[in-house]
Design a protein around this ligand. Structure first.
Ligand code: MG
Length: 215
């Protein structure tokens, strides 16, 4: 068995984290308007043409365009990033502990230092046999692991429609469990039909255990 698990909005309450991130900028004199104007105002793009967020790039722009003093802001952000564990969903660790490390692969989109820090400081790296942070759609990333095509127990736990669609179209052998948490930022967006849907990881765990029994 192999279980690929997405990070943002699946294991990690990104909405809550982002709210606190914006709060740090506001506290340091950046208005909400300017924060969102400069959010993606720098040329980091992935091969798919999607934008990636990087707070240090944003600060650079704020310095150049808006004359921002960045010393305290950087210090405050450092504090926020130091312990991202508090943004994990309450059921995340419990889920990870119930599977063996060799079966778990973390698969996250957006190769930036920011993404690495968020994951590393969340304290859950020890549960995974591999951590993949990549800029390709997840079908491309997962494909590399599917040497044994006969393995019927391959799951992806994902919330974002683009990746759900890519995997549904390109890798029909992977069972996609769409995670639709009430706190998820993309729970309302349409996607191709996933194999299963779960409101949280407890439900996802039940789905996985059930499918394994049926094999
Ligand atoms: Mg996600």
């Amino acid at each position: 068995m192999l279980i690929f698990i997405d990070f943002d909005d699946v294991l990690f309450n990104t909405k809550h984290f982002k709210k606190e991130l914006v709060g740090v900028f506001l506290k340091n004199g950046v208005s909400q308007k300017i924060f969102f104007e400069t959010y993606y105002d720098y040329p980091i793009q992935t091969k798919k043409g999607l934008k990636k967020y990087d707070p240090w790039c944003q600060i650079k722009i704020l310095k150049e365009k808006h004359n921002l003093k960045d010393k305290k802001l950087k210090r405050d952000l450092g504090k926020l990033f130091k312990n991202t564990k508090k943004f994990l969903f309450p059921d995340s660790e419990k889920f990870l502990k119930n599977f063996s490390k060799k079966d778990l692969i973390l698969i996250s989109y957006g190769e930036t230092q920011f993404q690495e820090i968020k994951i590393k400081n969340g304290g859950i790296s020890k549960h995974f046999s591999q951590i993949i942070i990549g800029d390709q759609d997840k079908a491309e990333l997962i494909k590399k692991f599917l040497k044994n095509k006969k393995d019927k127990n391959i799951f992806l736990l994902e919330d974002f429609p683009l990746h759900i669609n890519a995997v549904k179209q390109k890798l029909p052998q992977v069972k996609v469990i769409r995670i639709k948490r009430k706190e998820g930022r993309y729970s309302q967006l349409p996607s191709l039909e996933a194999d299963f849907e779960a409101k949280n990881l407890k439900e996802a765990e039940g789905i996985i255990q059930n499918s394994n029994i049926k094999q």
